[in-house]
Structure formats: structure tokens, C-alpha cells
Design a protein around this ligand. Structure first.
Ligand code: GDP
Ligand code: MG
Length: 448
């Protein structure tokens, strides 16, 4: 994952006041790879990286973050801004009906979306009418009718009452769209959703047809539906539809698949049009308003790192962070006193556990994290408080008789004192590693 790559990239960076060009270049390489892995189109990647570099240069290094985390944060913010800068809802017409037209390649998910969107709008109190203007595929009208029925929304089809087997394949989709719009006006539907045909590839006839439907119905919204799994083809497809028909918003479908969703970024870059909805399954309710933050995380494949970072920044107080940072540099000085400090920081973090669990980099600690609870910290606190200051600062002198005394003083079994000292030694080792690599203050010494 990106997070893993970054922690190795930043092994030797630490304690600098500002992000340097070298820091940023190193991170940019990793980000570029992550974006390409996520199938973001090459020109979009290039432009994005340039933007991030510009923004990152000279940024102050935050207390709680190492340079890698810091650049990731900038990237995440930038992604969110780009993906969500203009997020908006369906624009309603001043004089109903509001006309929404769906365009996209065959199989993109238009007909499915028509059902979902109509249900969504109906739930908001609208009275949508679905219009079946895809006469290309033999079953297309029937498919829309099924979706409409499930959503409880009427469908205007070219030959009402006639089963789809007898559809006239030469029927004119432009006329159907126009007639559907008239029907909506007559029956006072306040929204019309026009489902159109797609082809497997971009073709001139298809574009002309969609363009004619657009001209005939003058839609308030033309939504371009694109399969999130489309990968590098996203650019060419989006460009073709943008130039051939034009659209006002984007819907990403099949977001339930394993695509990392680079298409979102590509389409946004190429067309500048807002991504409005995400389709996340075959069911009518597998539909959501687009969330730029989730998408950014998904593209970077880094769990919910941003919220983790924010929480860390909020929770770890400044002086404590500085003290800890110093300890990282000089790990020989790491004592039981510091260990206790860390435990208390951990306790303060409270919800930290949940967030750490979301972090790809924390996979290895999952089991330990799951077992972590405050009562353990309280016991550890009790044990350390039963030690003399000298013992806390020079733990290696804690021999058998001292252990017995400490156990008695804190009301625990000697074995618990042993476990604590064992854990402390591990934390010391971890500090050494963290001094060399990256890491989040507060992680070492996590009881398990
Ligand atoms: P159209 O040709 O653009 O109208 O695409 P359809 O709506 O007919 O969808 C094509 C196929 O993709 C159908 O089998 C749908 O069930 C499926 N599909 C559509 N949207 C989604 C989605 O968000 N997730 C999944 N898993 N399948 C979808
Ligand atoms: Mg269809």
C-alpha cells in the first residue's frame, strides 16, 4: 500500500522544520505509482503531482506527523478538493418538469441508475417519470420497466402494453424522448429521467442520437454514467461524450467492484464536471451521493489515514510530542517514566484504537489493538507507580526482590510485573526502530 511504501521512503527523514524538495520528490514518486495503480489516467496523474508538489513545498512539518504522513495529508486534501470541489445535487428546473438525461457506454449502468435515481428522487417527494429511449437492445425497455416497477415509478415506453419481444427496433428514440416529456407535462410529473442507448465503444451514430435527444428535450442535467472499472479508457470515453453530447455531471457505477476508482479523478480532470453519485451494486438501494473523502482514500488505498492523522494532531499535545520526538532521536534515554507517559497519551486517544484499526500500516498490530483497553493501562500505571524513581529511570536494576516488592505494592501478581518489564523492553526496541524509520508517537508499548 501507499502507506507502506511511504514509510520505507522516509526511513531517514525526521526532525526537519520544513518539507524539503527531496522529501517531496521522494513522496511524489510513490504517489505517482499509487495513482497509476489506481488507474488514474497518465495526464491527470502528471498534472496532479505538479499541483501537489507546488503546494507541499515549504509547508511546515507538523508536530505529530513525519514528512511522509505530511505529504500524504496534502495529497489527500488535494484529492478531496479536486473530487469534491463542486459536488452538488440535481439542479431542479424553475419550471417543472426537470429533465435528466442519462448517457454512457453500453453496460455502464444507465438503466440500473435510472431505477435508483428515480427511487431516490421519489423518496425526496418528487414524482418522477422514467422514459425508455433506448431502443437499441431488444430487452432495454423491459429492463427499465422492471426497474421502474421496483422503484414504484411509472415508465413511459414506446409501445405501452406490447411486450418487449415485439418492440419495433426501428422506433425513433428521439420521438420517444419527446413524447415522454409531453406525457410528463400532461400528467404533472415534476421530474423526467430519460434512459438512452449505449454502444460497446464510442461511435458516431450513438453520439448523434444522444445529441439529438438532448436537443429535443433540452435537459437540465445530462448525467454521464461511467463504470468505475473502466481504467485508463476513462479519459477517451469521457472526452468523447463530453465533446459529442456534453454532460453536466458524472455518476460512477460499479463502485462495489474492486476498482480503486482512478476513473473518478481522470474524468474530473479531463472534463471538470462534478461527480454527483456513486452506484454501488445491482440493487435499487445501492446508490449514494458521492463522497469525495472516501474516494480520495480509496484511490490512495490507505484506509482512513486522514482522520487518523487529524486525530493524532488533535490529541497529542505539543510539548508531549516534542518530548517524544526527542526520545526517538535518543532512544537510550527511554525509561519506564516515558513508557508511563505514553500509556497515558494512549488513554487520552480513546477512539484511537478504532482509527488505528483502519490503517493499512497497522494490520500487523490488529490483534494487539483489539485487546487494548483502558483497564490494562490502569494496571500498568499502578505497577509503575509502585516503583521508585530510580527504578523507573534505570529499569535494568529491577531484580527479583524488587519485582516482588513492586507486585505487592501495586496489588498484582509478580508475573504481571514481569510481563510489563518484558513489554517495556520491546517498546525500547521499537523506539530504536522508530528512531530510524517513521511511526506514530504513542504506538510503542501498546499492551497486547
Ligand atoms: P446500461 O447498458 O448502461 O443501461 O447498463 P445497465 O444498467 O443495464 O447495467 C449493466 C450491468 O451492470 C447490469 O447487469 C447491471 O445489473 C450491472 N450494474 C449496474 N450498476 C451496477 C453497480 O453499481 N454495481 C454492480 N455490481 N453492477 C451494476
Ligand atoms: Mg440500458
Amino acid at each position: 500500500t501507499l502507506t507502506e511504501r511511504l514509510s520505507s521512503t522516509f526511513k531517514n527523514l525526521r526532525g526537519k522544520g520544513r518539507l524539503t524538495q527531496a522529501d517531496i520528490d521522494a513522496t511524489a514518486r510513490e504517489i505517482r505509482r499509487a495513482l497509476l495503480d489506481a488507474d488514474v489516467a497518465v495526464p491527470a496523474v502528471r498534472e496532479f503531482i505538479a499541483h501537489v508538489k507546488e503546494r507541499a513545498l515549504g509547508e511546515e512539518v507538523s508536530e505529530a506527523l513525519n514528512p511522509g504522513q505530511q505529504v500524504v495529508k496534502i495529497v489527500q486534501n488535494e484529492l478531496e478538493e479536486i473530487l469534491g470541489g463542486e459536488t452538488r445535487n440535481i439542479q431542479l428546473a424553475k419550471n417543472p418538469p426537470t429533465v435528466i438525461m442519462l448517457v454512457g457506454l453500453q453496460g455502464a449502468g444507465k438503466t440500473t441508475l435510472a431505477g435508483k435515481l428515480s427511487k431516490h428522487l421519489k423518496q425526496q417527494g418528487h414524482t418522477p417519470l422514467l422514459v425508455a429511449a433506448d431502443l437499441q437492445r431488444p430487452n432495454a425497455v423491459k429492463q427499465l420497466e422492471v426497474n421502474g416497477e421496483r422503484a414504484g415509478v411509472p415508465v413511459f415506453a414506446p409501445h405501452p402494453g406490447v411486450s418487449s419481444e415485439h418492440e419495433d427496433p426501428t422506433g425513433d428514440p428521439v420521438e420517444v424522448a419527446r413524447a415522454g416529456l409531453e406525457e410528463a407535462k400532461t400528467r404533472q410529473h415534476d421530474i423526467v429521467i430519460i434512459d438512452t442507448a449505449g454502444r460497446l465503444g464510442v461511435d458516431q451514430e450513438l453520439m448523434q442520437q444522444a445529441s439529438d435527444i438532448r436537443a429535443a428535450t433540452n435537459p437540465d442535467e445530462v448525467l454521464f454514467v461511467i463504470d468505475a472499472m473502466i481504467g485508463q479508457d476513462a479519459v477517451a470515453t469521457a472526452q468523447a461524450f463530453n465533446e459529442g453530447v456534453g454532460f453536466t455531471g458524472v455518476v460512477l457505477s460499479k463502485m462495489d467492484g474492486d476498482a480503486r476508482g482512478g476513473a473518478a479523478l481522470s474524468v474530473k480532470y479531463i472534463t471538470g464536471k462534478p461527480i454527483m453519485f456513486a452506484s454501488t451494486g445491482e440493487g435499487l438501494d445501492d446508490f449514494e451521493v458521492f463522497h469525495p473523502d472516501r474516494m480520495a482514500s480509496r484511490i490512495l488505498d490507505m484506509g482512513d489515514v486522514l482522520s487518523l492523522i487529524e486525530q493524532a494532531e488533535r490529541t497529542i499535545d505539543k510539548s508531549q510530542a516534542e518530548k517524544m520526538a526527542q526520545k526517538f532521536v535518543d532512544q537510550e534515554d527511554f525509561t519506564l517514566e516515558d513508557f508511563l507517559d505514553q500509556m497515558q497519551q494512549l488513554k487520552k486517544m480513546g477512539s484511537m484504537k478504532k482509527m488505528l484499526m483502519m490503517m493499512p500500516g497497522a494490520q500487523g498490530m490488529r490483534q494487539q489493538l483489539e485487546q487494548f483497553d483502558d483497564s490494562q493501562v490502569n494496571r500498568i500505571e499502578a505497577i509503575i507507580r509502585s516503583m521508585t524513581p530510580y527504578e523507573r529511570n534505570v529499569p535494568k536494576i529491577i531484580n527479583g526482590s524488587r519485582r516482588a516488592r513492586i507486585a505487592a505494592g501495586s496489588g498484582v501478581h509478580v508475573s504481571e510485573v514481569n510481563t510489563l518489564l518484558e513489554r517495556f523492553r520491546e517498546a525500547q526496541k521499537m523506539m530504536k526502530r522508530m528512531a530510524a524509520g517513521g511511526g506514530i508517537p504513542g504506538m510503542p508499548g501498546m499492551p497486547g
